[in-house]
Design a protein around this ligand. Structure first.
Ligand code: SF4
Length: 384
């Protein structure tokens, strides 16, 4: 059991890309599940919940620093130094993380806060409400408070508690649905079911909290590619999340899925198959108003495949079909160009600088249609 003397300001390792400007407040460490086969993020790390008093202290510490930064704009250097020394004394201990977190947040306008790590909803609803209430008291100007959550956890929280959490200030949740297929959920050991994913998503929406659901093309391998697309679309149709974020699968050496791959239990889909899968998924989204986001992660092959449903449906489909309609040799150039960071839209094939760069890489490394998948896999590994 941790007590007050164990206190230190903490920052966890992960946040969604959309939270780059947010203050990161760690309410729990690592992942309470930590068994999804495709995920090596918290491998070997033990889960624990931080004492509520420690999180409150983090909030107060950031409040102290941000108040100081505001005042410091109006005083001379000597007075500023004195203020800093006084605050250090008041806060005690090592203040470096708190200082840099607060400073980054202050420079970014103090608009949003992200609760870390992988599943903050796992803490007691009463504690979460207290933490959110304290955040709102100290930073009433904050517009957005966000968290990751597991479907399995949210499905267990009562509708009444979800509403209390929403009223206290949590207004955006990211859920890694990954797939709506029960077959694939079992194979990757996600620890939840399609029914729970739907229930959790609906609960978040009913509480008035903005919802991002993540879809992972490639997660069913070649065998379950269509199932991944169709079952996910069906699940999303029943949730109607605000955002559907695409996270293309990359099988890293840190994830347990690599063993299944080595043993031939899991087959890897290549880029083109994953685009087909995404196309099938989008074609089967019906009657929803979600925004599809592809540009917020480097692993996605076609960042331009994004837009709001239903109005951008044809545009989305046409981007994916444009790629699929390319000759194989052009697909290879685009894939290498994208994975090497030189291209991010199909039109870049017409940009001589980007094209020359990709073609030179292909020539130097002797890349062809028999080895391009392996080259792309190793380039993608650099990003995870
Ligand atoms: S994907 Fe999320 S729930 Fe699964 S092990 Fe990784 S962090 Fe935990």
């Amino acid at each position: 059991m941790e007590n007050a003397k164990d206190y230190a300001f903490e920052v966890g390792p992960i946040r969604p890309p959309s939270e780059a400007a947010s203050l990161l407040l760690r309410v729990a460490r690592n992942c309470p599940w930590n068994k999804c086969k495709f995920c090596g993020l918290y491998q070997g790390e033990k889960f624990s919940i931080r004492p509520k008093e420690h999180v409150i202290k983090d909030i107060d510490s950031v409040k102290g620093w941000t108040d100081l930064f505001k005042l410091a704009e109006y005083v001379d250097a000597e007075e500023r130094r004195a203020m800093i020394n006084n605050l250090k004394k008041e806060l005690g201990g090592d203040h470096s993380w708190a200082y840099s977190s607060a400073y980054n947040w202050y420079r970014n306008g103090m608009k949003s806060i992200f609760l870390q790590d992988s599943n903050s909803l796992v803490i007691k609803p009463d504690d979460l409400v207290d933490i959110l209430t304290h955040i709102k008291k100290q930073f009433p100007e904050t517009e957005r408070i966000t968290s990751y959550a597991r479907s399995e956890t949210v499905a267990r929280i009562s509708g009444e508690d979800m509403k209390r959490i929403a009223d206290a200030g949590l207004n955006r949740i990211h859920i890694g649905m990954e797939t709506g297929s029960d077959v694939i959920l079992k194979l990757i050991n996600k620890g939840t079911t399609k029914a729970k994913q739907i229930l959790a998503g609906q609960k978040v929406k009913a509480a008035g909290i903005e919802l991002s659901e993540y879809f992972m093309p490639g997660l069913g391998g070649n065998e379950y590619s269509d199932l991944n697309a169709l079952e996910t679309a069906d699940g999303l149709n029943q949730i109607n999340p605000d955002y559907i974020r695409i996270r293309t699968l990359a099988v890293t050496d840190r994830a347990a899925l690599i063993e299944d791959y080595r043993q031939g239990i899991f087959t890897r889909t290549n880029d083109t198959k994953m685009v087909e899968e995404l196309l099938l998924m989008i074609e089967n989204l019906k009657g929803i108003t979600s925004t599809i986001v592809s540009s917020d992660h480097i692993l996605n092959l076609l960042p331009e495949a994004e837009g709001r449903l239903p109005e951008d449906r044809e545009k989305l489909i046409s981007v994916l079909k444009s790629y699929l309609g390319l000759p194989e040799s052009e697909k290879i150039i685009y894939r290498i160009g994208r994975r090497a960071g030189a291209m991010d839209r199909i039109q870049d094939l017409n940009d001589s600088g980007s094209r020359n760069y990709a073609e030179e890489l292909i020539r130097q490394n002797d890349i062809n249609d028999t080895n391009v998948d392996a080259v792309v896999d190793s380039l993608m590994n650099r990003f995870v």
